[in-house]
Design a protein around this ligand. Sequence first.
Ligand code: SF4
Length: 532
Amino acid sequence: MSEVFLYDSKPFSKDNLNVWIAFPSVSNLGMSALGFLTVFEMMDKDENINAERIFTDTTTTKIDSRKVDLLGFSFSFELDFLGIFKILEKFHIPFNSKDREEGCPLIYSGGPVVSSNPEPFAQIFDFIELGDAENKSKEITDAIRLNKGKPRKEVLEILSKINGVYVPSLTKFDPEKGMLTLDGKPYTVRKSTDSLCGICVTTPILTENSYFKNTFIIEVARGCPQRCGFCNTSFLNSPYRTCDKNLIISKIDKALNYTHKIAFLGAAVGAHPDIDELCDYIYKKSEEFPDIELSVSSLRADGVSNSVARTLVKCGQKHATLALEAGSDKLRRVINKNITNELFKNTVQKLREIGFKGVKIYGMIGLPTETQDDIQALVNFAKELKAENKGFDISFGFSSFVPKSHTPFQFCEKENTKSLEKKFDFLQKEMRKIGVKISISPVKWDYVQAVLSRGGRELFDFLVEVYNNGGNIGAFKSVMKDFVKQKIITDFDKIAYSKRDYDEINPWDFIIQKNSKEDIIKECKRNLSRNS
Ligand code: SF4
C-alpha cells in the first residue's frame, strides 16, 4: 500500500512498548478515519512506543502478536463491536476481559460509542478512555510502560486513577443504586474534554487506499453549538470548540504540497467564526491550483454563506447535503433545530443560483411528539421545493429517531418498528407521486441501535452470541428470540422503546459530561413543551 507520511515516523526499538491501534473494519475505511489515525500518529511519534495499525483485513503484522503490550480500538458506531470481536478472535484474545491472563495485551477502547454508553461493551475492555484523547494518551501509555511486568490488576488500578479512564472490572452496576466500586461506594468518572487551543487535527498519512483517496482532512471544529434534542454529536462534544484560523491556514498550505483534495471536518463546519475567510483563502488558492477540491462534512441551512457556497462550487462540489430533520417548523422547534421552512427554501435557492446541481436533504421520522401531520408536512415541503426549483436534483434520505444516552431525548420513547415502517411506506408512495427520490435507512437496524444505545452490561453475552451467529440482522433477531425464551434477557423492547423516567437510574449515568443529567432533563422538558 503506497502511503505518504506527513510527519516523521520513527524506527522501532526493542525496548519500546508495543502497541496495536486497531480499527474495527477494513483498512480502506480505517485510513479515512481521522480520530483513529490521530491516535496512531500520537503513538507513532512517541519515542517509547512501537505503534502499528491493525484492521479487520490485516493479514501480516510487524509486531509479533505475542509481544503486543497494548491493543486499542477506535469505537465510533455501535455495530463496530463485530469488527472488534473479529480482530480479537483473529489474534486468539479472549472476548471477555476477565478471561485474559497475564501476558495478554491490555485491551482498551476510545471513541463516541464508549464515551456515551460503554456498558453493553464494558466487559470486552480492560479499560476505556472516555472523551478526547489528545491530552490523555501519553499519560496512559507512560503508565503502562513504567509499570510493565506488574500484575495486570495492579496496572489497571493505576490506570483507573487517570482522569477520564474507566476500568469496568473495578466496578459493578446496581439497578437501584447505579454504578458502584467493588466495595459498594458510588462510582463516577468524568469524560475528558480537551481545549482545541493550539490543536488542529489533520490527516497524518495520505493514501490511495482510503475511502477518501489522498484527501487531507482538517478538523476545523469539534461538537456543535445547536443542541438538537436527539444529537449525540452535540451533547457528547460539548462545548463547541473551533480551531484557530491561522493554524488551519498553515495546515492548508502544508497540504497543498502533497495533495489538492481538502476536506473540512466537523459537525458544524459552517458555525466556525472564520469559515468565510477560510473559504475565501481556498477560493484564492484555486486560482494558483485550479484542481483543488474542497468538501465539507456538514452544512446547516442557516450556515451557508455566499463565500462557502461559491468556494464549494469552484472546488468541484455539485451536490450539497442539508439536514431538514422534520417537515414542520413546529416539530423542528420541539427538537430544537431552529430553522424554518422559509429559511431552508432560501438556502436551496441560493445553492442553485450559485451553481450547485442538486441537494440531498436529510430527515428523521419517529421524533418525539410527531404526528401524521408532520409526516404529511414533509411531503408538502418536498412538493413546494421541487416546484420552486425545476431542474434541480432534489433527493431525500430518511432515518428514524433513536434515543441516545446523554442527550435530552434519552428519556423519550422510541416509536415501534411496525409503525415506523408504515410511515416510511407512506413517504415512499407520496414522494414517488411527486417525483422525488428517497432513500431510507433500515428501521430494523435502528431498533438494534436503540437496544445497544440504552442497554447495559446484561447485553455482553448477547453480543457474543450475535457475533458467533454471523452478526447480520437475522442473527440479532434469532439470538434475541433465544435469549427471551431462555429468560436471559426478558424484554429487549423495553430497552429499545420505553420512555424513561427522569429519576430512573441508567447504565451510563456514572459518566460525568459537560451537561449534567439535571441540565438535560431541563432541556428535554423545555423542548417537549414547544409542542404547540
Ligand atoms: S445541527 Fe446537526 S450536528 Fe448540530 S446539534 Fe443539530 S443534528 Fe447535531
